[in-house]
Ligand binder design. Structure first.
Ligand code: PGA
Length: 259
């Protein structure tokens, strides 16, 4: 059982040029020199084309390279896609699935995400699945309904033997920095969402198994608010987008989570 905290750096398409990637890697290698993690794993998810470059530079036992997406099939006529076995045979251990930007721009739905989760687990990869309401749903008081609906649809195929390898990220869409929120949710709001997810897991898988599932928070996390939004709310970690483009900031957040 892996009960460590987990910080997931979602670099999205923020580093797009080879030179930017080189610079990030150089700065990260300086930043991580005194980063001795005891209770936390750090998973860095660059764009797929840079996965190999990131993996080659990484010899750490507490830092991993992850992917931002993959498809649900392992082989065949899927132009432009990357399969779970392509990732696992390249040594990738984690993949983000069902990010709201995948839903919004690429038409992903719960059914596709559910198939992807099953496929990556079969390939020995841990999925980090994103769920959360948008601003409209929040205003209408539908947060609980949306979160529970996504959870039950996405985990429909996942039995008790597999669920502990799934990381669930509560990421309210409106709170993502790219959507320019005025402020992130309060730690009480995040704790409420965590307890809702936990209750769902206990009901579906039993208390002991649910205890093993890591639930994390995503949406505008930085070193100034990680205490409030992730630690005070009882989350096991964070999904970090824009702040992860600055290696020193990513290190700061990771250290705070590790303490
Ligand atoms: P953000 O992104 O930290 O920039 O809000 C998080 C995410 O979308 O994964």
């Amino acid at each position: 059982m892996n009960n460590k905290n987990i910080i997931v750096a979602n670099l999205k398409m923020y580093l797009s040029l080879a030179g930017e990637v080189e610079r990030w890697l150089e700065n990260f290698s300086k930043a991580k020199k005194d980063l001795k993690l005891k209770n936390t794993e750090l998973v860095i998810c660059p764009p797929a084309i840079f996965l190999d470059q990131f993996s080659k530079k990484n010899k750490s036992k507490t830092i991993f390279v992850g992917a931002q997406n993959c498809v649900w099939e392992n082989k065949g006529a899927f132009t432009g896609e990357i399969s779970p076995t392509m990732l696992s045979s390249s040594g990738i251990k984690y993949v983000i699935l069902g990010h709201s930007e995948r839903r919004k721009y690429f038409g992903e739905n719960d059914e596709m995400i559910s198939q992807k989760i099953s496929a990556v687990l079969r390939a020995g990869i841990k999925p980090i699945i994103c769920i959360g309401e948008d601003g409209d749903q929040r205003r209408k008081g539908l947060t609980m309904e949306v979160v529970l609906g996504q959870l039950s649809n996405c985990l429909i195929e996942i039995g008790p033997g597999k669920i502990e390898n799934v990381i669930i990220c509560y990421e309210p869409i409106w709170a993502i920095s790219a959507n320019k929120p005025k402020f992130p949710p309060t730690s009480a709001d995040i704790m409420t969402a965590r307890l809702l997810i936990k209750k769902f897991l206990v009901k579906k898988y039993g208390e002991k198994t649910a205890e093993r599932v890591r639930i994390i928070y995503g949406g505008s996390v930085d070193s100034k608010n990680v205490q409030e939004v992730c630690i005070d709310s009882g989350m096991k970690g964070a999904l970090i987008g824009s702040a992860s483009t600055i290696p020193h900031e990513l290190k700061k957040i990771t250290k705070l989570m590790d303490n």
